[in-house]
Ligand binder design. Structure first.
Ligand code: E4P
Length: 218
């Protein structure tokens, strides 16, 4: 499973990259605003800065909601850096834009996906990634992981190449469950990724090893 970090914070991206397990980054307009990155030119500069830190795919979201606007924005984003994947919302105009980008060889991430039907459409339009938001489904008392399972089944039934990018991952167990289901990618915060490292038996075992080593060397 590929690991993406879901942030626009450069320090956290650097930290995740230093772990040696990072495969890419996802951002969205809210994550950019959270870092105080506003204005078209600053946002483009920030995407470039992210691409300079990581080796993998970096999702950059369009903010137009009409087909022409999405095309113009998406083409400019794709021209910015070869690592950019154009993130497009799952609305009617977005679906048309994804189909257009697919024909042009521009990679896409279909975002704000909350149902199997939406995921099916994204795959038919040729999206590179589909982003079902599991945490936001959990927030409204609907099991987000069930959606990941269902999309896996549907995509496997028809051998769609669109990669399932489990998004809105909120905690470590989401990552573990996504891996068990067979999501192709997960995107989550640094603390959820680092949670995978932790085990009390690792800590107590290491403490004992180091204490025994110190005895032999004193
Ligand atoms: C996905 O690409 C989105 O940026 C993200 O995962 C949304 O997560 P949230 O529901 O925690 O805001």
């Amino acid at each position: 499973m590929k690991f993406f970090i879901d942030t626009a914070n450069l320090d956290q991206i650097k930290e995740a990259q230093a772990l040696g397990i990072l495969d890419g980054v996802t951002t969205n307009p809210s994550l950019m605003a959270k870092e105080g990155i506003t204005g078209h030119d600053n946002i483009l500069k920030h995407y470039k800065a992210i691409c300079d830190i990581v080796d993998g795919d970096v999702s950059a979201e369009v903010v137009s909601t009409d087909f022409e606007g999405m095309i113009k924005e998406g083409e400019a984003l794709a021209d910015l850096h070869p690592q950019i994947v154009v993130k497009v919302p799952m609305i009617k105009e977005g679906l048309k834009a994804i189909a257009y980008f697919t024909e042009q060889g521009i990679r896409t991430n279909c975002t704000l996906v909350f149902s199997i039907g939406q995921a099916l459409l994204a795959a038919k339009a040729g999206a590179t990634y589909v982003s079902p938001f599991i945490g936001r489904l959990d927030d409204i008392s609907t099991d987000g992981l069930v959606l990941i399972e269902d999309i896996r089944t549907v995509y496997d039934n028809y051998e769609y190449e669109t990669q399932i990018l489990a998004a809105s991952v909120r905690h470590t167990m989401h990552i573990v469950e996504c891996a068990k289901i067979g999501a192709d990618v997960m995107t989550g915060p640094l603390n959820a990724i680092e949670g995978l490292l932790k085990h009390p038996l690792t800590d107590s075992g290491l403490e004992k090893f180091l204490a025994d080593y110190a005895k032999g060397n004193s």
